[in-house]
Design a protein around this ligand. Sequence first.
Ligand code: ADE
Length: 366
Amino acid sequence: MNYYVLTLFPEMIRQAVDTSILGRAIRSGRISVDTVNIRDFSVNKHNRVDDYPYGGGAGMVMEAEPVCRAVEAAEERIGKKSRVVYLTPQGRVLNQTIVEELAREENLILLCGHYEGIDERVLEQKVTDYLSIGDYVLTGGELGALVLIDAVSRFVPGVLSNEESSQFESLQDNLLEYPHYTRPEIWRGKCVPEILLSGDHRKIEAWRYEKSVERTRERRPDLLQHSYHVTGCWFGGDIQRRAACGLTDSVSRYGAYLDLDRKKLRKQGKVFGSRELLIFVLDPGAEIPEDGQPWRNLQGRNTPLVLAAGESAKGLPRMAEELAARGFAPIAVFENGCGAEKQAEQALEIRKKLEAFWRCQKEESL
Ligand code: ADE
């Protein structure tokens, strides 16, 4: 990932990125951070880049021309079209989904404003994304750019070591992290929760999930509205099972698995709610059991559905229609396989589709 930061204060960026994990990532070549000093593109003999606002009012406005030239200088260095992100309190508030989406880019141009803002005409011409790091006003975009670089770089392969890895973490499920403990077992009379010493990993996972939900309810109840439970189910062989479990794990830390070929399930059936997500991987060539389709006993209540084939397949859209008639809402269909190499990309697409689905539901209910 290569970042190009357009700023009036390049030293502010340099000082921050050359240390700690970002510094290590730069030295190992996983990321690069180039700064472009907007003042170098001043068209004024006094090197000024700002002027009074038309229409009057307080403060100064950054001129269009130097900003435009600075963007073009970065575009020239990159050699191809890239996203240009303007850091502004007027933008979409950065979140983990946006961060992961940006991490898929090869190059990012980050534009930092100062004073009252930047001439609207160059923004219209050059900016592709408006992003804010929170609902408060900073003195300039540099701290926003640094926050973005830090958060995005964590998703660039090789930036974090295994221990630092970002695979499972807070916010992936819209849940806060469970509490952590390390030695000593008793600190100033306070004990580590006993279950963590039990060695029973299933129980530990269940306890952590419970604590995550409890903590989110207490501290960030707003996040809980966006949390959901994922079930990965499959019909077919080992390929489908692995694909369903892998994709489920990429979407959620706390997903459940369901083998649709289990006789018991076919007898009992299962009902899913609207705060669940069903990921269904199937082998369309598999022999359908005599007693009916494997999804015959699945019932949704406006449950978002992802339908995928473990290998390339046709006919998934028709199956999506059949499942829609059973109360599922297909949000994504992956017809061309969902093997391990595609999972990270597909998981991100699923999360974005899910957010759009809920936005839509919310608007409809208003
Ligand atoms: N520039 C000024 N305030 C900002 C904010 N909240 N986010 C991003 N850039 C900014």
